[in-house]
Design a binder for this molecule. Structure first.
Ligand SMILES: [Zn+2]
Ligand SMILES: [Zn+2]
Length: 336
C-alpha cells in the first residue's frame, strides 16, 4: 500500500513521509527531531521504520531538524551536492575555508593520522570511538551558532580529524543525486527536477511506488516548462499555494521581502497555482494538496476557493480531491 503523510507545511517547517512497498522516505526535515517524531506517531507512522531522508533545499524550514533526525535514526540523507554544501555552510558559518579546502584538509589529516598510526605513533589518535553517543543525542534542532569548543577554522592542527562531537554537519551517510537523474531508494523510484527558488540547487520530487506517482512542488517562484512536464500523470500532487497577491501587497512584510516572495525565485501565489491547475495540469490526480501556505499573507479559505474555481472545469469528477496541508498538525495519511 502506498501512503503519503504530510507532517507539516509552511514557512515554519516542512516534512512529509512517503511510503511504498517496504520503503519509507522522509521528504525534508524542517521540524525538530522531537516534533517530527511526535507528529509521525500522531499520524500512525513509526519513525524507526524510516529508510532515508531526501532534501529539497537548504532553507531552515526544510532542514532545521535534519542532522539530529538522521543521526538518531542512523539513516542516509540524499541531497544534491550544491544543497549539501550550502547546508554545511549554514551550520558552520565561521569556518574560514571553502568546502573544497575543507575536504582536502580533512582528507590530508586522515592520511597523516593513518600513516602515523601505521608507524606505531601512539600519541596520535584518529576519530574517537563513540558508538553510544548518537543514541543519546537530545531531539533538538541544531543551531547555526558555532558549537562550544568548535574552532573558528578547522582542522586546527594538521593531525586533527573532525569527530562527530565537534562537527554539527556530521551525518551517518550522505548520498548525492543530480537534478533530473532518477534514482531509487528501496521500493521507491525518485525523480527530481530543478525549481526556480533562491537556494543553491533546489529541487522538487516525483515519487513512484507500486505504480502510483506522487509529486511534491513547493518553494518555487513560478512553474517553468520542466516542472510542468513533471507534473503530469500523477495520482497525487502537493503544490505550493503560498500567498494571496493582494494580501501580500497590503501585508506586514517589508518591501524587500515582498519583492523576494513575488520574484521568479520566490514562492507560488494562489493565483499562479490556480492558473497552473486550470491551464497547465492534466487534471488526473486523485488528490491535490495545497501546501506551504503563508500565515501572514494567505487564508486557507482563499487558497481553497481559488484552487476550487480553477479545478471546477475539470472533466473527471472522481479526481482532484482538494486538501490543505497544515503548519501546526499533520494531515491524516493518504492511501493510494
Ligand atoms: Zn520553504
Ligand atoms: Zn525555500
Amino acid at each position: 500500500m502506498v501512503r503519503f503523510t504530510v507532517l507539516a507545511s509552511g514557512s515554519k517547517g516542512n516534512a512529509t513521509v512517503v511510503s511504498g512497498g517496504r520503503t519509507r522516505i522522509l521528504v525534508d526535515a524542517g521540524l525538530s527531531c522531537r516534533e517530527l517524531f511526535r507528529r509521525m506517531r500522531l499520524a500512525g507512522e513509526d519513525p524507526e521504520t524510516l529508510n532515508a531522508i531526501v532534501i529539497t533545499h537548504e532553507h531552515s524550514d526544510h532542514v532545521g531538524g535534519l542532522a539530529v533526525t538522521a543521526r538518531k535514526l542512523g539513516i542516509p540523507v540524499y541531497f544534491t551536492e550544491g544543497t549539501h554544501r550550502a547546508w554545511m555552510r549554514w551550520l558552520s558559518p565561521r569556518r574560514q575555508m571553502t568546502y573544497a579546502q575543507w575536504i582536502e584538509a580533512a582528507a590530508a589529516a586522515r592520511r597523516q593520522a593513518a600513516e602515523r598510526q601505521a608507524e606505531g605513533d601512539a600519541a596520535v589518535v584518529g576519530e574517537p570511538d563513540e558508538p553510544d553517543e548518537i543514541a543519546d543525542l537530545p531531539c533538538e534542532v541544531p543551531v547555526a551558532e558555532p558549537v562550544a569548543g568548535l574552532p573558528a577554522a578547522w582542522p586546527s592542527a594538521p593531525d586533527h580529524v573532525p569527530s562527530r562531537k565537534e562537527d554539527p554537519t556530521w551525518l551517518p551517510s550522505v548520498e548525492y543525486f543530480r537534478p533530473g537523474e532518477p534514482f531509487e531508494i528501496g521500493d521507491i523510484a525518485v525523480s527530481s527536477f530543478t525549481i526556480p527558488h533562491d537556494a543553491a540547487d533546489p529541487v522538487g520530487f516525483v515519487f513512484r511506488a507500486e505504480g502510483v506517482r506522487m509529486a511534491s512542488a513547493t518553494d518555487l517562484g513560478y512553474i517553468p516548462p520542466n516542472v510542468k512536464a513533471q507534473l503530469k500523470g500523477l495520482d497525487l500532487l502537493l503544490l505550493e499555494s503560498n500567498h494571496d497577491l493582494e494580501m501580500l501587497r497590503d501585508g506586514p512584510y517589508p518591501w524587500s521581502v515582498k519583492q523576494r516572495v513575488l520574484s521568479r525565485v520566490g514562492h507560488l501565489s494562489n493565483e499562479a497555482a490556480a492558473d497552473f491547475l486550470e491551464n497547465g495540469y492534466d487534471g488526473q490526480a486523485a488528490y491535490v494538496i495545497l501546501a506551504h501556505l503563508s500565515e501572514s499573507n494567505n487564508l486557507p479559505e482563499l487558497a481553497r476557493v481559488t484552487a476550487e474555481r480553477a479545478l471546477n472545469g475539470r472533466a473527471c469528477l472522481l479526481a482532484n480531491h482538494l486538501l490543505l496541508a497544515e503548519q501546526n498538525e499533520p494531515l491524516s495519511p493518504i492511501y493510494l
